[in-house]
Design a protein around this ligand. Structure first.
Ligand SMILES: Nc1ncnc2c1ncn2[C@@H]1O[C@H](COP(=O)(O)OP(=O)(O)O)[C@@H](O)[C@H]1O
Ligand SMILES: [Mg+2]
Length: 354
């Protein structure tokens, strides 16, 4: 059974800047279980980095409580551990960043070994451990290279090996793939997924790309303007997003946004007939087993012209998205829409159907 690894309760983080107070994080509560790959999505400035820095108290909250693996780290405006205890606790929490933050004058091996400088291991044990870590991230043959001699993906692998040096329980990844090309991004995500599965590592994955969440996360929180606006399993959020912002992120990830832009130019949409409406349909799981569009034709005499279709498999469950023009009489269209909704399909009217 997995237990709760990270509990952030009612976290507020504000910065005083000149005479202004910036509230970067506003009453955010997040619970993350051991073994989760927990995505935190939001645009730049949403407060993601500030929030996760509260997990290891690199950022002291203004209010709220922080609990990691059962230990209360922060409450009543105070750090609850001694300096030594906090140092110890921080070893449980590795971090990787967009720009890798490697030491330029150290080789890959030295960068990883540097993270072990306070460890109780003997020199020989350290050496063996660094070798093992570099092997784990697939970089054994590059141990003696300097960062400048490595590609972006290789540099991030060194950073991951370094972050794992003290056998952390948690890895925080703050936009770790944002500086990488799509192919390298996939490879790094695959590595993170393997580490999650083989080591049971809990991963907190900050990103502005929902595609990344879709690829490897099991839960996701969406942040906007310091608030956590929506949270849930990736399957629930993708199949039934409640917030407009979440929908935007998902549409970008699934390619729906691009498709929509093209669809809006199409003649049938530009000159949408009186008795037609353009709708976006989202469904998950069992709904997909039913031939929904056939049904509304059969029962309500409403025909569907499919302009776009996308199906993803999340958690072994199909999640589908359709953009269709529905044509029928006004009352029939209304009935068809209600029937779709009743069968668990989310219906969003994009045009027409007034
Ligand atoms: N040390 C700081 N001092 C003042 N303002 C800050 C500081 N760190 C972050 N902020 C502000 O807090 C807000 C959230 O920033 P951040 O957490 O970096 O967002 P994100 O990671 O989602 O892009 C931004 O308005 C940012 O300018
Ligand atoms: Mg950030």
């Amino acid at each position: 059974m997995s237990h709760e690894m990270i509990r952030l309760n009612h976290i507020v983080i504000s910065f005083r800047q000149k005479k202004q107070i910036i509230e970067a994080v506003k009453d955010v509560t997040v619970h993350i279980n051991q073994g989760d790959i927990y995505g935190i999505v939001g645009y730049s400035g949403a407060g993601k980095s500030t929030l996760v820095r509260a997990i290891n108290l690199l950022q002291k909250p203004s209010a709220g409580t922080v609990t990691v693996d059962g230990d209360l780290l922060f409450a009543d405006g105070e750090i609850q551990l001694s300096a030594a205890e906090l140092r110890e606790k921080r070893r449980d929490i590795g971090m990787i960043f967009q720009h890798f933050n490697l030491m330029a004058r150290m080789t890959a091996r030295e960068n990883v070994a540097f993270a072990l400088k306070h460890s109780k291991l003997t020199k020989a044990e350290r050496h063996a451990k660094v070798d093992r870590l570099l092997d784990l991230v697939g970089l054994s043959d590059r141990a003696d290279n300097y960062p400048a001699q490595l590609s972006g993906g290789q540099k991030q692998r060194v950073a991951i090996a370094r972050a794992l040096a003290n056998d952390p329980k948690i890895l925080i990844s703050d936009e770790a793939t944002s500086a990488l090309d799509p192919k390298t991004t996939k490879q790094i995500l695959k590595l993170l997924q393997e580490l999650n599965q083989t080591l049971g590592l809990t991963i907190v994955l900050i990103t502005h790309e929902m595609q990344i969440v879709k690829d490897i996360a099991n839960r996701v929180a969406v942040m906007q303007n310091g608030h956590l606006v929506e949270e849930g399993s990736v399957l629930d959020i993708f199949s039934n997003p409640k917030e407009e912002l979440t929908r935007d992120f998902i549409n970008t990830a699934t390619g729906t946004q691009e498709a929509l832009a093209k669809i809006e130019q199409q003649d049938i949409v530009v000159n949408l007939p009186q008795n037609a409406m353009l709708v976006q349909l989202e469904y998950a799981g069992s709904s997909t087993d039913e031939p929904i569009l056939n049904d509304i034709y059969k029962h309500y005499d409403v025909s569907a012209n499919i302009l776009y279709a996308n199906i993803d498999i999340l958690d072994d469950t199909p999640v589908g998205e359709l953009i269709v023009v529905l044509t029928g009489t006004e009352s029939r269209l209304e009935q068809a829409k209600n029937a779709l909704t009743a069968s668990g399909v989310t219906v969003k009217i994009l045009k027409g159907g007034a």
